[in-house]
Each structure stands twice: as structure tokens, then as C-alpha cells.
Design a protein around this ligand. Structure first.
Ligand SMILES: Nc1ncnc2c1ncn2[C@@H]1O[C@H](COP(=O)(O)OP(=O)(O)O)[C@@H](O)[C@H]1O
Ligand SMILES: [Mg+2]
Length: 369
């Protein structure tokens, strides 16, 4: 069976679209992939929204919903055209949507993804499954991360304790100590690339630090690193999840007001180290037997970050997931195709041991074309 996965994470770097084949409920092959960037003006609107609590008119919200949905539909249609596959061959689309709000620190917990699924279904002529996070939150869970169940299906190994590490705007780890899904744990460790992206944008006018060269040219400032790591989020036990609304440069300035006195490259090196140290500490605390870390997400292409992770995790192999069955860039999108497959089959998608929900549940809503 063919499913499309559509994902745009907190980096807002654009939409990842994949065509995935499943057989007997299991991932079989990635048949095609396609990345579609947001037009710069739309990206700027979304970033502004995600980084602030600024008032938003209902008109702006409704039109953003439509604009994001159209871009998601364009990504799916572009994928099908490139693959030469007809929409009628596809069982369903799993659309994550664009997260613009996620807060499980203050009650009532809430998460918000944009991208009107009716519009995607109608434009593509394909049943679309979306709103995959809110059922889990309704059941007392974090609604995130949802990818660990798929990480388990893909990477778990009875003979080798592993960890999947997703380096998106936010970083999350999935502890895979063995073959039993009940042992899987997963949570957001804190910032991934998001703070580094923001600093790059502000100081270099670039969306991200290609290869980590900017960070590699600086030196970590221990005082700044310590001030940031003192945030209570890092000590809080899982389940926990966070978002770009919390970990943003305003948060850095609040915790380290003398930021402007540092060389820009040193700030970048320190932000990279914050990502590395918070991840390494959590692997030590909650996945201590890990022998192999499989890195997914765009951060897997940041050589500096991977080098620093290797230094912080001696005795642990750290490598992009590519060598283990699936290209690091597409894992999250394939996970949402997998979740759509589960929902359409009436199967649960969340792991209560990961999100803290009171039970497993069939996630999301089904929108027919
Ligand atoms: N070549 C690269 N070098 C360094 N970082 C990269 C590279 N390619 C992508 N990234 C980082 O990955 C991010 C996108 O990762 P992605 O997995 O799509 O995250 P998200 O799920 O938050 O959208 C970019 O914003 C950037 O920080
Ligand atoms: Mg992305």
C-alpha cells in the first residue's frame, strides 16, 4: 500500500514529502521524496507567529491555514508528478501540518498545527489524515514526540541498545533498549538546530549554519553554557516536550544578558554545545546502555554537531541513520505516512510510555476528498 507523508517541523525550512510503501503494516520502501520550501514571505509569517505570543486576527489565522494547506498540497502533487504515480494509487496522506504553538508547561496543555486537511484532500483527491497530536493531549499525554513508535519499528534491535536522535528545530531522543515496544522512551531534550538557525539568521543573514562551519570557527563560552543549562527544563524528568516558542533567542538573552559582548562565532559554538550537552546528559540518564546513536533530521548534516556529539558520548557510535535503512532527511515524513497507515487501519499510533497519555489511541481525523 502506498502512503504519502507530509511534514514541516519547527525549523520551518519547508515541507518534506515522501511516498512510502507499506506491506503487512510494515515499512517496505521509500519510493520517492520531494522537498518544497515555503515562499520567504509565508515562512516569515509562520516564524513570527511561532516565536511570539503576538495577537493574531482571525482573518490572518484562517488565511494562513489555507496558504499552508496549499503549500502542503503542492508538495504532495509535486511528489506524485516527480514519481510518475497517480493519486488513485495512494491510500492516504498523513499530514503533520505546521506547528505554530506547543505548550505542555501550562494548563490546559495545547498544541496547534496549521494546514487545513480538507483543502489538502480536495486538491490532491486523496484521503488525508491529520491533527495527529491532539488526541494524545486529550488523554493527558504530551502529544509529542510521535515518531518514537516508528523509530522502534525501524531501528530497534534485540542485541544492541540503540538511540534514535532527531535533530530538527527541537531535538528529541528515542531510547530503544531492545525489541520490546513497552521499553521505548522518548522525549524532547531541548533545542536542536532552532537557536543556531536564529543566531545565523540574525548575524549572517543565513537560514542555517551549513555543515556547522560557523560554530566550528568559535569557542564555547563556559559561563554562557552554564547559564543556559541551568534552565529547569533540562532537569525535568520525562515525559516532556517543548517548542520554538520557548527555546528562542529571547530565552538566551534572558538567561545570559551579556550575550552582545561575545564574538558571534563563540555564541554559535556555545549554542551548538548546548544542544550537544543537553542530549548527552539525557542519553546518560535515560538511555545509559546505548551503544549506537542513529541521527535523523537536518542536523544529521551538521558535521560540527556530530563531531561534538561523538566527543560527548565516548564508547557510543554516532552516525546518520542513512546506513540503517532510511535517509536521515526523510524519517519524520515517513513516520507521518506510517501514522496515517495506522489510523486508516484502526490501529493506535502513540506510545503511552513515551507521551504519558493514559492509553494507546487511534490518532487524528480522516478527511475524505
Ligand atoms: N547541510 C546542513 N548543515 C547544517 N545544518 C543543516 C544542514 N541541512 C539542514 N540543516 C539543519 O536542519 C534544519 C532542518 O531540519 P529538519 O529535520 O527539517 O527540522 P524540522 O523538523 O524542525 O523542520 C535546518 O533548519 C538546519 O538547521
Ligand atoms: Mg524541516
Amino acid at each position: 500500500m502506498l502512503f504519502i507523508g507530509l511534514m514541516s517541523g519547527t525549523s520551518m525550512d519547508g515541507i518534506d514529502a515522501v511516498l512510502a510503501e507499506f506491506e503487512d503494516g510494515r515499512f517496505k520502501a521509500l519510493l520517492a521524496s520531494h522537498h518544497l520550501e515555503y515562499p520567504e514571505a509565508l515562512r516569515a509569517r509562520l516564524l513570527r507567529l511561532a516565536r511570539s505570543d503576538a495577537a493574531l486576527s482571525l482573518r490572518e489565522l484562517a488565511t494562513l491555514e489555507a496558504a499552508v494547506a496549499d503549500r502542503f498540497a503542492d508538495a504532495a502533487l509535486g511528489l506524485l508528478a516527480a514519481a510518475g504515480v497517480d493519486a488513485r494509487q495512494v491510500s492516504a496522506i498523513g499530514s503533520h501540518g505546521q506547528t505554530v504553538f506547543h505548550d505542555t508547561a501550562v494548563q490546559p496543555w495545547a498544541t496547534q498545527q496549521l494546514g487545513n486537511p480538507s483543502r489538502i484532500a480536495a486538491r490532491c483527491g486523496i484521503t488525508t489524515i491529520a491533527d495527529l497530536r491532539r488526541k494524545d493531549i486529550a488523554l493527558g499525554g504530551q502529544g509529542a514526540p510521535l515518531v518514537p513508535a516508528f523509530h522502534h519499528a525501524l531501528f530497534a534491535n534485540a542485541d544492541e541498545p540503540r538511540c534514535a536522535l532527531n535533530l530538527g528545530g527541537i531535538a528529541n531522543i528515542t531510547a530503544l533498549p531492545g525489541a520490546d515496544p513497552a521499553q521505548v522512551r522518548g522525549f524532547d531534550t531541548g533545542p536542536g538546530n532552532g537557536l543556531m538557525d536564529e543566531w545565523c539568521e540574525q548575524t549572517l543573514g543565513q537560514n542555517y549554519d551549513a555543515g556547522g562551519a560557523f560554530a566550528a570557527g568559535g569557542r564555547c563560552h563556559p559561563g554562557m553554557l552554564q547559564a543556559l543549562l541551568a534552565d529547569p527544563y533540562f532537569a525535568q524528568p520525562p515525559p516532556k516536550s517543548t517548542g520554538r516558542g520557548y527555546f528562542q533567542l529571547a530565552w538566551v538573552r534572558q538567561r545570559f544578558p551579556t550575550l552582545h559582548t561575545l564574538a558571534p562565532a563563540d555564541v554559535q559554538a556555545t549554542l551548538a554545545e548546548l544542544t550537544v550537552q543537553s542530549i548527552a546528559a539525557d542519553i546518560g540518564r535515560y538511555a545509559s546502555g546505548t551503544q549506537r546513536v542513529l541521527v535523523c533530521g537536518g542536523g544529521a548534516r551538521n558535521d560540527h554537531l556530530l563531531g561534538r556529539l561523538r566527543a560527548a558520548l565516548p564508547g557510543c557510535a554516532v552516525q546518520p541513520s542513512d546506513d540503517y535503512g532510511l535517509n536521515a532527511n526523510w524519517i519524520e515524513a515517513v513516520a507521518f505516512a506510517w501514522l496515517a497507515m495506522r489510523t486508516l487501519a484502526g490501529l493506535p499510533g502513540n506510545l503511552p510510555g513515551v507521551t504519558g497519555a493514559s492509553r494507546e489511541a487511534v490518532l487524528g481525523g480522516i478527511y475524505t476528498p
